[in-house]
Design a protein around this ligand. Structure first.
Ligand SMILES: Cc1cc2nc3c(=O)[nH]c(=O)nc-3n(C[C@H](O)[C@H](O)[C@H](O)COP(=O)(O)O)c2cc1C
Length: 202
């Protein structure tokens, strides 16, 4: 059985509601915009994929900020982390969102940049909680001799290892699942503006 047939068995048998290419893009845009400010939005957590040194590498991150005018998404991380090492070697990343209730998947291809320390500080200042995530004594992924050693924090919190990754969108792909006809579309960006929109076979 084709995987889409399997998925569609979970869907309501509602009537087909056609969305234009513009509708699909606007919906994705609105969802990403909302998620950047609403911690309960399903797009708040996304899979962030880098080109690892040996395997492709994926991890969950929080969408922290979205700049719709420049098509930029922002995530926070520890500057010492593996994902930062990866983007310094190859800045191509993909970001994957899924909203189970709306049955929509959004895949973004982007170029990632780690912001400089001075450019990260305003984000650090606005961060209300969770600063310990960027203040472990040892770098993320260090092999520790004990759990206590693994979670040990620096004596005082600072922004030294706090990093902001900016993702400049190259491509956005939407898959809207519907029992009566899935809709898949690709949107390509060039120099921060929409360059092309096209339907794809789901
Ligand atoms: C729900 C969830 C949200 C997370 N959010 C972040 C995040 O915003 N930034 C981050 O660096 N790591 C976040 N993590 C941890 C990462 O998934 C990952 O384990 C960590 O960043 C180390 O990744 P790396 O060694 O591949 O760089 C999150 C994990 C989960 C499960």
């Amino acid at each position: 059985m084709h995987w889409l047939q399997g998925v569609s068995t979970f869907l309501d048998q509602g009537s087909f509601s056609f969305m234009s290419l513009q509708d699909l893009l606007s919906q994705a845009w609105e969802n990403i915009k909302s998620a950047a400010v609403d911690p309960s939005h399903p797009f708040r957590f996304l899979a962030f994929n880098t080109l690892g040194e040996v395997y492709p590498d994926t991890r969950m991150v929080v969408l922290r900020h979205f700049n719709p005018d420049a098509n930029q998404l922002f995530v926070f991380t520890d500057r010492r982390s593996e994902k930062v090492k990866h983007i310094k070697i190859d800045d191509r990343v993909s970001l994957l969102f899924y909203d189970q209730e709306r049955r929509v998947q959004v895949k973004c291809l982007a170029h990632a940049t780690l912001l400089s320390m001075p450019d990260s500080v305003p984000y650090w200042k606005r961060l209300k909680s969770g600063k310990e995530s960027y203040n472990t004594l040892h770098s993320p992924a260090t092999v520790a001799n004990s759990w206590e050693e693994a979670v040990a924090l620096k004596p005082t919190f600072d922004a030294e290892d706090f990093g902001v990754i900016r993702c400049d969108l190259d491509e956005l792909e939407v898959l809207q699942l519907q029992s009566s006809g899935h809709q898949r579309a690709r949107f390509t960006f060039l120099g921060g503006s929409l360059d092309a929109s096209e339907w794809l076979v789901p």
